[in-house]
Design a protein around this ligand. Structure first.
Ligand code: GLA
Length: 379
């Protein structure tokens, strides 16, 4: 990917040379739809990245080419200069959010490519935002913007330029990711802790249903609104501070739908803490059991699953997989699976065959490798 980017950059920008930056997609072991509720998440960056070569061009224009989409975009840095192409809006948004915070961004040339699968729930958009936020901080701001602010710049880009009212998990994971470590983030206090990720005798693997999800204009924003309505009803800022008893007390005054959304969030919050404890004790059975509970909650109460993902979960169960669940925003994408080494090969063969028989295409298998987040690839 590096060579391809360099070659394209050289060709497009008259033999110029820039600096290479990268940022990663993410997995999340547990803690779904909890970030925007002030709860806990437990993600890690993965070995799938968006990589960009970037160089200042001495103008007030951004000129950028996406190798994977095979499209070129050119835009200015004023609010009224927003480009048409959705992919370019991620980059434009990052520039604007840096400028709004008093940071500096000048014209630059860029070529980028990636191997984070799109729409699979691995946060390709956060990887793109974090790659450019990190690069523009390095290039134009002497790295004076701190890492949390870089994550927030990505999140605000989603809110203000892409129509997704997301939480902070994906951008946090992409910026803060560390090889062989998961991170437990408290999305209320923003305190975080690195957990060495070692699961001897087990593997983590993603099974991608290839059902595409688009969070823009999706029910994702509606889920968030449900949670906010219930929090307002309970007189608290976020559902992080809600209890099941308090929720039950207002059950008659809220819609059944809102009730089950909030119930899931309250239960999920505790599951993250239980999984972190279990992982520290090397108790993968408990981790797995909690993952299945999360899947059931996401499917029945939060209703962000789909037939294909529920089927993947059923097959995992049949194959004796320790834990399996939908990962990310939902409505398609991947399941994340915790599998004993000796059951791994059989699970992969069986799930591939059965899924293809039922849905006419094979799922894509991604073994998980926990890796570093945003970085400069070379000096
Ligand atoms: C998407 C959002 C995140 C988070 C997850 C669900 O990935 O971008 O902020 O809410 O969904 O956990």
């Amino acid at each position: 990917m590096e060579a391809k980017i360099k070659q394209e950059f050289n060709k497009r920008f008259n033999g110029e040379q820039g600096t290479l930056y990268a940022s990663a997609g993410r997995i999340n072991l547990i803690g779904e739809h909890t970030d925007y509720n002030g709860g806990f998440v437990f993600p890690g960056a993965i070995d799938k990245v968006i990589m960009a070569e970037i160089a200042p061009n001495g103008t007030d224009k951004v000129r950028v080419f996406s190798i994977d989409i095979n499209e070129y975009a050119e835009f200015g840095l004023k609010e009224s200069d927003a480009p048409e192409q959705q992919w370019a809006r991620y980059i434009f948004g990052v520039c604007r959010e840096i400028l709004k915070r008093g940071g500096s961004v000048k014209g630059f040339d860029a070529v980028f490519a990636g191997n984070v699968p799109l729409g699979a729930g691995l946060s390709s958009s956060a990887a793109l935002e974090s790659c450019f936020a990190f690069a523009l901080n390095d290039m134009f701001n002497g790295n004076t913007i701190d890492k949390f602010e870089l994550a927030k710049i990505g999140q605000s880009t989603e809110h203000n330029y892409c129509g997704v009212n997301c939480g902070i998990m994906d951008q946090f994971a992409s910026v803060f990711g560390k090889k062989d470590h998961l991170m437990r983030l408290d999305c209320r206090s923003m305190e975080y802790e690195y957990f060495p990720f070692k699961i001897d005798g087990y593997k983590l693997v993603l099974v991608d249903s290839k059902v595409k999800h688009a969070l823009v204009d999706s029910p994702y924003n509606k889920r968030r609104q449900s949670c906010e309505r219930v929090a307002a009803k309970l007189g608290i800022e976020t559902l992080r501070d809600a209890t099941k008893e308090a929720l039950d007390a207002v059950r008659g005054e809220i819609s059944a739908e809102d009730y089950f959304r909030a119930k899931f969030v309250i239960e999920e919050k505790d599951r993250v803490l239980a999984v972190c404890d279990a992982l520290e004790k090397g108790d993968c059975e408990t981790v797995g059991q909690k993952m299945y509970e999360t899947h059931a909650g996401l499917s029945k109460d939060y209703e962000v699953s789909c037939e294909e993902l529920d089927y993947l979960n059923d097959v995992a169960k049949e194959c004796g997989v320790t834990g399996s669940r939908i990962m990310g925003g939902g409505f398609g994408g991947c399941t994340i699976n915790l599998v004993k080494d000796d059951l791994y090969d059989n699970f992969i063969t069986t799930v591939t065959r059965k899924f293809a028989e039922k849905y006419g295409h094979e799922p894509v298998i991604y073994p998980v490798v926990i890796s570093d987040g945003a970085r400069r690839v070379e000096e």
